[in-house]
Design a binder for this molecule. Structure first.
Ligand code: SF4
Length: 367
């Protein structure tokens, strides 16, 4: 969609993180692909172009998708439960996951196709306007999601700064492939980091995301948690025959527990056959339950199941007395029993950031 409000649609704003090289080439420093982009060329994600040896982002302010959504759908269970976010996405991705649920906006990659997607599929919303829309629609926060927000670094940085000035929460839903330099730009202005850790081996990452190595994703996630004190929640979609090896999942659970902390929520979600992985079955529920138990056995105190509406694994339980504290169905909060941050039965402190915000009035934002 094109903006009808006469906003300037910026066709390229100079990128914040890159290095000029010999022969007019430039190395992008935004994500861990570290593309070397020749004159006139695009990076792997197609969102960054080399003009005269300088890199420009093509998606600044270009919004393909926006809606008001509860924190739970991200999923973000331990940060102001029930809060609502104006959730924004653009186009492009630095991964090529064969079962991507958002491939229409994420996998546009050819030059002509990308220009088409930008021209026909996006509306220009400035950072100021996104903050104004969030407040107007009764949201408590801004979230950058749907496609990979790392590619939107320049736009998110402006939006996050302004959101914090206006007292809004900020969140990214990310694959974690941002560089540490990129994260450090966002760090002072980002509250919640919901990161997808797709497996715990190079082989799993190669198969699922066409990425050689996941070590950098783990390092940057630790940096988000410890250097920037962000609230971190981890999600792993369990894909049959791709990343369901129990030894690797056990190792991942131990890594979360020891490197991020035992109170870090781990969301185990059911794979739904889609796109190039349509031939695979949905994850058997007993396998999800087994992985949840692996996580608890590894020492994690909050392991959740997702994409299984009505399953008790969606709920929050007191890690001490097992009382049900937050009952959810399909990412909606049904009941909430935490009192002043503690279990009302045994008094255990429950490490959930912020108060419960009762959800109401969800819907699309009128532009
Ligand atoms: S953000 Fe895009 S251009 Fe930059 S390194 Fe990543 S994939 Fe390459």
């Amino acid at each position: 969609m094109r903006s009808e409000r006469g906003d300037s649609q910026e066709d390229g704003r100079e990128a914040l993180l890159y290095r000029r090289m010999k022969g007019g080439r430039a190395r992008c420093l935004v994500c861990q692909r570290l593309c070397i982009i020749p004159l006139g060329g695009l990076g792997y994600c197609a969102t960054r172009i080399n003009r005269d040896g300088r890199l420009y982002t093509l998606i600044y302010g270009r919004v393909s998708t926006w809606r008001v959504a509860p924190a739970e759908i991200k999923p973000l269970f331990h940060f102001y439960p029930g809060s609502r976010y104006l959730s924004l996405g653009s186009v492009g991705c630095n991964f090529r996951c064969p079962g991507c649920q958002n491939w229409e906006i994420a996998h546009v990659q050819l030059d002509a196709e990308f220009r088409e997607a930008l021209d026909r599929g996006t509306t220009f919303i400035s950072p100021q306007e996104s903050v104004r829309l969030a407040r107007k629609s009764g949201c408590q926060g801004l979230s950058w999601t749907y496609n990979e927000p790392t590619l939107w670094l320049e736009y998110i940085l402006e939006g996050a700064k302004q959101a914090k000035e206006m007292g809004l929460f900020t969140n990214v839903v990310t694959n974690g492939f941002i560089t540490s330099q990129g994260l450090d730009l966002l760090g002072p202005f980002l509250d919640a980091y919901r990161v997808d850790i797709k497996g715990f081996s190079q082989d799993a990452y190669r198969r699922i995301a066409h990425v050689k190595d996941h070590a950098g994703i783990l390092e940057v996630t630790e940096r988000a948690r410890h250097k920037w004190n962000m609230h971190v929640e981890v999600i792993t979609n369990i894909i049959p025959q791709h990343n369901d090896d129990e030894r690797q999942l056990t190792a991942l659970a131990h890594w979360i527990c020891h490197r991020l902390g035992q109170d870090t929520p781990w969301h185990i979600t059911r794979f739904i056959p889609h796109r190039h992985l349509s031939h695979l079955p949905p994850t058997p529920i007993k396998n999800l339950e087994r992985v949840r138990q692996l996580g608890l056995d590894a020492g994690l105190r909050f392991v959740y199941l997702g994409n299984v509406p009505g399953h008790p694994g969606e709920n929050t339980y007191c890690p001490s007395c097992q009382r049900t504290l937050i009952e959810r169905r399909n990412y909606e909060i049904l009941t909430h029993a935490i009192e002043d941050g503690h279990c009302p039965t045994c008094g255990e402190k429950i490490p959930i950031v912020g108060r419960y915000i009762s959800p109401h009035g969800l819907g699309s934002v009128g532009l």
